[in-house]
Write a protein that binds this ligand. Structure first.
Ligand SMILES: [Cu+2]
Length: 116
């Protein structure tokens, strides 16, 4: 009987530990240019532990909801930087930025194909 109680207590503790993982929503600026950037950024953030990530072409703001046990906000900035985009807190990875289509690099919007 004592063992059962102990097991129950351990389970209860484990569950409450899990409960500490918070879902955090944050918003910051990402220096993308166009719809291709949007799909590139959102696709890269389609990861377990991120429940949604939406980047707006006009405001350049990303809204992201993530589990803070799996990611820190810095991790998210790094993922985006590695794609070649600068964020409010991190420079773009230069090699990745150079590999982007002209349209998607900073100031490249004039090279974008006209919207239909
Ligand atoms: Cu683009």
């Amino acid at each position: 009987m004592k063992t059962t109680k102990y097991v129950m207590l351990t389970l209860l503790l484990a569950v409450s530990q899990l409960g500490l993982a918070k879902s955090v929503v944050t918003e910051f600026k990402v220096e993308g240019q166009c719809g291709d950037c949007k799909s590139r950024i959102e696709k890269a953030l389609d990861l377990p532990g991120i429940s949604f990530a939406t980047w707006d072409v006009d405001s350049k703001m990303i809204t992201i909801r993530y589990n803070d046990k799996r990611f820190s906000e810095t991790d998210i900035h790094s993922i985006i930087s590695e794609l070649g985009y600068a964020t409010e807190k991190q420079e773009a990875n230069q090699t990745a930025e150079d590999a982007l289509p002209k349209c998607c690099r900073p100031g490249g919007a004039k090279h974008c194909a006209p919207k239909e």
